[in-house]
Design a protein around this ligand. Structure first.
Ligand SMILES: [Zn+2]
Length: 334
């Protein structure tokens, strides 16, 4: 089969090969003919060599959707031709975390398909049956291949933050992959959504206010909330925005992070934390139950795609992630 594959870390080492062996399936696996894979920072990290990656040579791609091509002997929930989404967490289904609906924190897994297994930058991928979720015929591939990472992550984070009706939600990077979904969920959950973004189109996704100046976030939030500040602040940008994001949290507010793109080490004044009873919440991926919920609400969700690349252009697709003019998602069409 054809795949984008690398043997040594570094984007320059990502090669398109036509003679990669098609993945094998066990009795409990399914083989998927990949249709679309969403391109995310995690794929870039996978190739950069800063995380443990296996197997080597490695096929990246952590957000994949396609059609069932073959099923293992004991697979009962799926059949050939079914359109599916890949829940990308490796989990055993038997530990206390898994039993407690926290598969993404599985004590015997807890990492991503596409990072510790081969991913979706290929014509085929094999995964366990329990990771494959059937989707409706009408659900388009762009949205489908945006569910496992870009959509599930902010959805789970807002659930962890217990965002409530009429609260104010501040979303940093609101026109990014996870940001545009967070804005939609914030609106659906009944919150007032304040988006930090240079793009006015986030209003079409449900933002009530847009802050385009990253240097004036707390000041603007103060203005929009009449001094109350935000009840929930959602951020995955890390160090560079730590001060402005923390300063934007109001009394009894929740600061939620699922990433730290610009650096992870920050300074915290503990007094400012307890005096306002602020909760710092870490959120990681999401659950299978939530993937089901997202599939059920697919008609109400939208995604903005900036560019689609072919598998042959995998390298360009990854480079485009950091393009200044980027204006929406990047997808890899297989
Ligand atoms: Zn487990």
């Amino acid at each position: 089969m054809k795949a984008a594959i690398f043997e040594k870390p570094g984007l320059e080492n990502l090669k398109i090969k036509h003679d990669v062996e098609q993945p094998k399936i066990t009795d409990h696996d399914v083989l998927i003919r990949v249709k679309m894979t969403g391109v995310n920072p995690i794929d870039h990290i996978t190739i950069s060599g800063t995380r443990e990656v296996k197997p080597i040579p490695h096929i990246p791609g952590a957000e994949t959707a396609g059609e069932i091509d073959k099923i293992g002997k004991h697979v009962i929930s799926l059949k050939d031709g079914d359109r599916v989404i890949v829940y990308n967490r490796v989990f055993d289904g038997t530990c206390d975390m898994c039993l407690n609906q926290c598969e993404m924190l599985c004590r015997n897994g807890g990492k991503e398909i596409g990072v510790v297994t081969n991913g979706g930058f290929a014509e085929y991928i094999s995964i366990p049956e329990r990771n494959a979720f059937k989707i409706p015929d009408e659900m388009n591939w762009d949205l489908t291949a945006s569910l496992p990472v870009s959509t599930l992550t902010p959805y789970h984070a807002l659930k962890e933050a217990a965002l409530n009706v009429n609260e104010s939600l501040l979303v940093f990077g609101a026109s990014g992959n996870t940001g545009m979904m967070a804005v939609q969920f914030g609106k659906k959950m009944g919150a007032k959504v304040i988006a930090v973004s240079k793009d006015e189109w986030v209003k079409e996704f449900g933002a009530d206010y847009v802050i385009s100046d990253y240097d004036k976030v707390a000041e603007k939030v103060n203005e929009f909330t009449q001094g109350r500040m935000a009840d929930v602040v959602l951020i995955s940008l890390g160090l560079n925005t730590w001060d402005s994001s923390f300063d934007s949290v109001g009394a009894n507010g929740r600061w939620v992070a699922f990433g730290g793109l610009t650096g992870a080490d920050v300074e915290l004044n503990v007094q400012s934390l307890y005096s306002k009873q602020i909760k710092l919440i870490g959120s990681h991926s999401g659950t299978r139950k939530q993937i089901k919920e997202l599939i059920e609400m697919y008609k109400e969700l939208k995604i903005r795609v900036w560019k689609k690349f072919k598998l042959d252009e995998a390298k360009e697709a990854l480079q485009a992630l950091f393009a200044k003019e980027r204006d929406g998602r990047i997808m890899l069409e297989i």
